[in-house]
Ligand binder design. Sequence first.
Ligand code: GUN
Length: 287
Amino acid sequence: MAVILDGKLLAAELREDIKARVAAICAAGRRAPGLAVVLVGGDPASHVYVAAKVKQTEAVGMRSIEHRLPETTREAELLALVARLNADPAVDGILVQLPLPKGMDSSRVIEAIDPAKDVDGFHPINVGRLSTGLPALVPCTPRGCVMLARRAVADLTGLHAVIVGRSNIVGKPVAQLLLAENCTVTIAHSRTRDLPAVCRAGDILVAAVGRPRMLGAEHVRPGAIVIDVGINRVPTADGRSRLVGDVDYDAAAAVAGAITPVPGGVGPMTIACLLDNTVLAYERRGG
Ligand code: GUN
């Protein structure tokens, strides 16, 4: 049976470390780092995520600046807000929650964020810096994935990592990070031929497709490290619903060496890494 990679525990450890760093900053008489979170419209899942980000930001002693804008907001107004946050010296990190309402160009909004405050790591400058090995702000979920994999095996050098999914938010950046860990990296996706065989080549399997329980035992190499990024809500027999990953947990856990649960795996790591990125942005900007 596989070792369970407990993201809830690791995220709590990371938050304790961040809290201590913020306390040291404040004890030195400096201002606390500030994270601005912008939410446009009424997407229910986004409201839940943003509430959690605000709560955890304050819990580690940082300043949270929250902007909730109506669905009817024009793109120009959002860009004007981003410009104000860019110019505000007390704001160290800016996060615009995605997805944005229909009609808004998320690329244009992301490109408007000062790369030095881009704690999501989505700006093309940070994407380019990550891929060329320069210091960058790195996307939070991929950072969490690598931290969890390193809990299973401290040195990932030489391991073959197979990533299923090629999104800009997870698939591509996690590939860059695993390459930086000296892994051999394969990115598979919806058009990949013989996906089970490709996946079975992986010492590390990262599932980031957004399809409930799509990967089963036939996709997992015996002893592999399985990192499940999926968070899918599915109906249950009693008429309620529950969260499941992109991996069929029970089937995969019988074959894998280590596996992240859903919930309680990658999910909690994302916000912890966001807080870490905010302190990093604060320090790099000179506090
Ligand atoms: N929506 C879902 N995940 C994310 C994320 O990591 N950052 C932002 N800004 N929006 C998201």
